[in-house]
Write a protein of this length. Structure first.
Length: 196
């Protein structure tokens, strides 16, 4: 679903809500709004997520893959429930493990936290791991995290590496399994631990 189709769907829902009367009004405080964003460019997705966040929406989930009309896209669901909180988003997309590790460290230093990841074929980048990060602009205290990215083609190696990093206090936050330019068919795992 394109952004334009999602907006048309929201307008239709608003008309139904206005016509439905008091029964709907009683549940308005519990209502949750959604935006479905889909694009084949990570830069476009980051822009659309920032626009949705400015309107009070928050990241809900993501998946990359083929859609009926858009081809290979990354699809993101954004949600809004009262009271709306304000968030900022950063998307990291790369085909190199070392680049992703460096970008995760930079984003964490700026107060961003991991929210989700996927692998998809972008228009310009080929097969990439995409990581979505979020920062709460209104939080009085910002938790700081340290991230470690693990990438391997063997599950036994991944288990060994997770055990080693787990002993250092890193917790698992996300996993993608796909053929990427990072190293063929790989498990890409992201872990984090709170900075004291």
């Amino acid at each position: 679903m394109t952004v334009f189709a999602a907006r048309a769907l929201r307008r239709a829902c608003l008309v139904v809500a206005l016509v439905s009367g008091p029964a709907v009004a009683a549940h308005a405080a519990d209502a949750i709004e959604y935006r479905v964003l889909a694009t084949s460019k990570t830069s476009t997705m980051e822009k659309e997520m920032r626009e949705a966040a400015a309107a009070g929406f928050r990241y809900g989930g993501t998946m990359g893959g083929g859609t009926a009309f858009g081809g290979n896209e990354v699809v993101v669901i954004m949600t809004k429930a009262a009271p709306a909180q304000r968030y900022e988003y950063r998307l990291l997309a790369t085909s190199k493990t070392s680049t992703m590790q460096r970008e995760l460290e930079e984003a964490a230093a700026a107060g961003y936290q991991y929210r989700g990841q996927s692998v998809f074929s972008s228009t310009f980048g080929g097969r990439e791991v995409v990581v979505i990060l979020e920062r709460d602009r209104e939080a009085s205290t910002k938790d700081r995290w340290e991230y470690r990215l693990l990438a391997t083609s063997k599950t036994s190696t991944m288990e060994k590496e997770l055990a080693e990093i787990g002993a250092q206090g890193f917790e698992f936050v996300g996993l993608t399994v796909a053929t990427t330019a990072m190293g063929g068919s790989e498990l890409v795992t992201i872990t984090r631990r709170k900075v004291q």
